[in-house]
Design a protein around this ligand. Structure first.
Ligand code: TXA
Ligand code: MG
Length: 322
């Protein structure tokens, strides 16, 4: 079995594999990542092979602490302001590459920028420290699938293609990091995530723009072009009723939903109390669960588009795309 519960010995094993040029699936607070030495071309290529990821989609490089990150990239002032508040945590910054950039070529997919993040998950930090190098890591799922928030999800998606999956519970945030471009005068959010647009705007003192590429075909974040986060069943959004054969992904009170005909196994509530953080944390696991039922499609109740709800709705919109 490639899944191992985290211990000091497993962290050492992960570090040895990573130093030897292999990929290891690691827990982070957002989703599980498929990590490899970001400085090693061959190791990084393995990530693309295992995930069947298109070449044009660049990777995020993960660091253990800010000092290590500063050895490899320069943070502009706005990046530094955000780093002080949101790192370690669910935020990725897009910064300019240095001229003599040492990252493997495929990490940046030919762009003159690079994505960097310091995760807050203790096990992720320990593995990066033990490996002694920055780790390139996309979400640990086959390209196009729903991101994994548990070690079992990783195994379901990638199976024995990964030599080691380090298990450390469920990913708390449950959605991928907020991606923020800080290469210009003003920050631009390219992917909504665990850190909300309002939080970013508060720190920078202005209303930060959100450009997820949805309204144009030339998104700054290449991955946003792809059909993403997709379960195999059709997804119907903003449902106020449940049709025959549908599963229901509820949010908050179902008092006004006609759910008596929905069998128990086809009903899940993201958060009975209407808590958006709880809903985010449950979203991918629940989509996976309902996707495995005998339902004809998944109806999803309306989620308020505030706070982390913006990121939830972004993922749901992509899940519903045909
Ligand atoms: O929470 C996360 O961010 C997780 C964990 C493992 O850290 N990682 C993750 O990676 O979600 P991935 O590869 O699934 O998503 C990375 C996103 C993609 O949309 C990619 O296009 C974008 O970041 N990205 C990477 N480098 C970029 C760059 N230089 N400019 C713009 N977007 C970039
Ligand atoms: Mg991904």
């Amino acid at each position: 079995m490639t899944i191992k519960a985290v211990t000091n010995a497993v962290i050492e094993e992960a570090a040895t594999l990573l130093k030897g040029g292999d990929c290891v699936a690691i827990p982070t607070e957002t989703v599980y990542g498929l990590a490899a030495n970001a400085l090693d071309d061959v190791a990084v290529s393995k990530i693309f092979d295992i995930k069947n990821r298109p070449n044009f989609n660049p990777l995020i490089v993960h660091f253990n602490v800010l000092d290590q990150l500063r050895d490899y990239v320069d943070l502009p002032k706005i990046g530094d302001d955000l780093a002080q508040i949101f790192w370690p945590g669910p935020m990725t910054l897009i910064v300019k590459r240095r001229k003599n950039c040492v990252f493997a070529n495929r990490v940046t997919a030919g762009l003159d920028t690079v994505a960097v993040r310091i995760p807050s998950h203790k096990t992720a930090q320990k593995i990066i420290a033990a490996a002694g190098v920055p780790l390139a890591a996309p979400s640990a799922n086959a390209s196009g699938e729903v991101s994994p928030t548990s070690a079992t999800h990783v195994f379901d998606s990638l199976g024995n293609r990964v030599k080691l999956i380090v298990a450390d519970g469920g990913a708390k945030v449950g959605l991928e990091s907020t991606v923020i471009d800080v290469t210009g005068d003003r920050a631009v959010i390219l992917r909504a995530g665990g850190v909300t647009i309002d939080q970013v705007s508060d720190v920078l003192g202005y209303d930060v723009a959100y450009d997820d590429g949805h309204n144009n075909n030339n998104p700054k974040s290449p991955g946003q072009l792809l059909k993403h986060y997709a379960p195999s069943l059709p997804v119907r959004l903003r449902a106020y009723d449940v049709k025959e054969g549908e599963a229901l992904l509820a949010f908050g009170s179902t008092k006004f939903m006609p759910i008596t005909d929905v069998p128990d196994h086809r009903f899940l509530n993201l958060s009975e109390t209407g808590d958006l953080d709880e809903a985010a944390s449950n979203l991918f696991a629940y989509l996976r669960k309902l996707d495995k039922t005998d339902a004809s499609s998944i109806a999803v109740m309306d989620i308020p588009n505030i706070g982390v709800g913006v990121a939830i709705n972004d993922r749901l919109r992509r899940a519903a795309e045909k």
